[in-house]
Ligand binder design. Structure first.
Ligand SMILES: [Mn+2]
Length: 362
């Protein structure tokens, strides 16, 4: 009996099950991958030190006088959606026949231009309306990051630990520039599906495992001296916010899977499920606002897919089968009308070289 057992054990040792061999190999690979990642970013302590040492408190801008129309018709509240910046991504113009280019410089130039255009459109609407409050809806994917198991930052301009404080500073400056022209700026920071810690999106703890969340927290610290800026950084995948009585459900938009095209029907049924889930609760909504799909679309009049800051890319050209213009969406809301005007802000002209010229000449 004992002899037979040890014989069996001997057999397992000299001729192990194929499944065991495969599992052993996968364990080895995983251990090597962990070692590679550790070599790249160093220890957690070093990472935290780097992030901490690069969080300055930014100066607050001087408040500017707010134009009040002589006979204001009614109050408007604008919202600006900022999404899918993928700030660390590089889009090589040569790979795309010169149709698009993206780099850290283009990202920064577009954020500058966006702040400027938000103020220009606000000034136009202030001719006839009172405007005191600005809503900034940050809908995620500020980073590209590493989300595929086999990649090592293809097309990325910098490692995530470096991108994190840099993007936070650019977004903070954007908010501080705007807040000088409003009585209050209400910021909501949602987490996207990029810049996360896992290969596949997880349902639990989405915001807790995402670099967008860190970026929002760092930007909150950087803008702490500006009392006009109010922050809301939810841990949930959806946040319902009220704008003059109109309820907008904010989410990143990775609520259903892509096939070879934009899954409009999937998005519609996912939104319908949200509507049914929230029916007769305090979390019901009139509009759904999302990014993620890298183009502009409005489904059923109420589900708004917002365009990306990154604009066109290799992914958009060969993966999405949709045109992706570099735009961000500004909407003016009124109590009586709801969406009083929808204003896509075009950032497409800002390329690496021409962008600077455009900013200087305007
Ligand atoms: Mn996304």
């Amino acid at each position: 009996m004992t002899e037979g057992k040890s014989k069996q054990e001997m057999l397992e040792k000299s001729d192990p099950e194929p499944q065991l061999v495969a599992l052993g190999k996968r364990l080895n690979e995983a251990q090597n991958e962990i070692k590679r990642l550790k070599d790249r970013v160093g220890t957690d302590e070093r990472l935290f030190e780097l992030i901490q040492s690069s969080i300055p408190q930014l100066p607050v801008y001087e408040p500017q006088p707010i134009t009040i129309a002589e006979r204001p018709i009614t109050e408007l509240q604008p919202s600006i959606v900022v999404c899918d910046a993928h700030a660390d991504e590089v889009v090589d113009a040569e790979e795309l026949e010169g149709m698009a280019a993206y780099s850290p410089e283009v990202f920064e130039a577009r954020m500058e231009l966006l702040a400027k255009k938000v103020l220009q459109l606000t000034d136009i609407m202030r001719m006839n309306h009172e405007i005191h409050t600005l809503h900034v809806w940050s809908l995620g994917d500020w980073f590209m990051g590493e989300i595929h198991p086999d990649e090592s930052s293809w097309g990325s301009s910098m490692p995530l630990p470096m991108a994190l404080p840099w993007v936070s500073r650019v977004f903070s400056k954007f908010l501080l520039q705007l807040s000088a022209h409003f009585e209050e700026v209400r910021v909501v920071g949602m987490a996207g599906n990029h810049g996360r810690n896992t290969n596949k999106p997880v349902s639990k703890m989405t915001a807790d495992r995402n670099w967008d969340t860190s970026m929002h927290y760092i930007a909150k610290e950087m803008t702490a001296d500006d009392a006009r800026i109010q922050w809301d950084i939810p841990r949930s995948k959806v946040r319902v916010v009220d704008v003059l009585g109109w309820r907008n459900a904010l989410t990143h938009g990775d609520m259903c899977r892509r096939t070879h095209s934009i899954p409009y029907f999937g998005i519609i049924s996912a939104v319908n499920k949200e509507i049914r889930t929230r029916h007769r609760t305090t979390e019901s909504f009139d509009f759904m606002q999302m990014g993620h799909w890298h183009h502009w679309g409005i489904l059923e009049g109420e589900t708004v897919i917002n365009p990306p800051l990154v604009g066109h890319s290799q992914y958009a050209q060969y993966g999405l089968h949709q045109r992706s213009l570099a735009q961000q969406m500004m909407t003016f809301w009124s109590k009586g009308q709801g969406r009083a005007s929808v204003w896509p802000i075009n950032l497409e002209d800002v390329t690496e070289i021409r962008g600077r010229e455009l900013l200087e000449s305007e």
